[in-house]
Design a binder for this molecule. Sequence first.
Ligand SMILES: [Zn+2]
Length: 492
Amino acid sequence: MTSSQENEDDTLDELLKDKARIVELSDDEDEDDSMAGPPFPGNHLKQPRRKRKSKLQPQPQPQRKVLEIPPWIFDTNELFHNDVKTPSRHALDKTAAECLRFLTLLDTQGLPLNSHGLPHLRRKPHADFLRFFIGPLQTGFTAMDASRPWLFYWCIAGLSFLDQDVSEYKERLIETVRPLQNPAGGFGGGHGQYSHCACTYATVLALTAVGGLEVVDRKTMWQWLGTVKQDDGGFRMAVGAEEDIRGAYCAMTIITLLNLPLELPPDASARKAGLTSFTDKLGGIGGGPSNEVHGAYAFCALACLSILDAPHISIPKYLDIDALARWLASTQTTPEGGFAGRPNKLVDACYSHWVGACFALIEAALPGTKDGLWNKAALVRYLLTCGQQTGPQGGMRDKPSARPDGYHTCYSLSGLSAAQNHYWYDSESSTTDAGSGRLLAAFNWQAKRGTAEELEVLKVDEEDVVALIHPVFVLRLEAVEAARQTFEAGGL
Ligand SMILES: [Zn+2]
């Protein structure tokens, strides 16, 4: 351990002793280490000192007190924690130390607190932050030129998750994305750029959020998607670009929201390999065959399968759900309570969505599964205490030492919604439209807000609850329903 680390831990100890909110406990558990003084968070960073037993007459014990903090903060589930000082171990410890003062509320960062003592969700500052990024940006943002549709989506969807009216952006968004639409179909990231699945997905979602999908040329979109469908069934992100599960999820989202024909265009090259439909031979949960599994790819795979059919049919057909559920649960970090993209990696708020949103899909694939696959209260606590930017600026951030941005704000809010609300699949509804052939499974989701008792467990007030967000399309449910109705007739 470096001397600077020791200093950090010492400072933390002092803070815990000086400022901890405390509750009284009963007495005489001398043998029990867990009761031998305040179990302070971070004890996995530094072994607590064992109390030496006195051979003298028993002395009156001081009143025992413990910190009023949830158990997962000091109950680490790391199987292999040890003192080997690797760079990644150092980074994990540093991140835990940076978060603990906020998680334990020793430092509330000047944020207004809710009735449970956690910081409120900062609705207005977060909304102001997102609005800023929809406006004209300074020259420092030129590197984002190829990602403009993502900025539109993150900011507009994020605003809608905060219950802000986004219809005011409809005309501006339509006129801004119109030149990004290529004559051969699809949208590029900026002016004059090739069409790309990710940019097209983000554009279509942003347009869905404001009810502006009429600007999309559905016929050329269908033809362009035919050019990225591959002989092995997957989708490339763009013509000549990489092929992975992101492409399949983006393509199936676009096809389903716009109700494009599932049949491949006549000139699609994949027809030469015997494929006739966009849904033929889809597969792969990693970035590609033999690639490592990753939280964001897991979401793309589960969401893609949930578009193709009812999740309790399509997901078990292709995936080992038990193994995947275990893997997903192992990405929730202690003591932070947020998620990492892979086990034993650093917590990062964006995985609140990429992993957190997987659980509704997994639960739908395992009928009878109730809460318990993940710790919702821990995620909420991480996002409210560590994920919110403080001071006059709003926005949400990866972790306290990071700066906020639209991406982390949008996906933190989505993760909050996954933890605070209920989502379930209506297995009685039909999965295909008899008339147009449209895949309907993704439109069969229902949701409701958490009950007062559940909010009590999560330690949030009503005003801290985020909107109901569609678990597959990551938009407000009403926006998805409006898109379903807009293209009910199908055809081109
Ligand atoms: Zn992130």
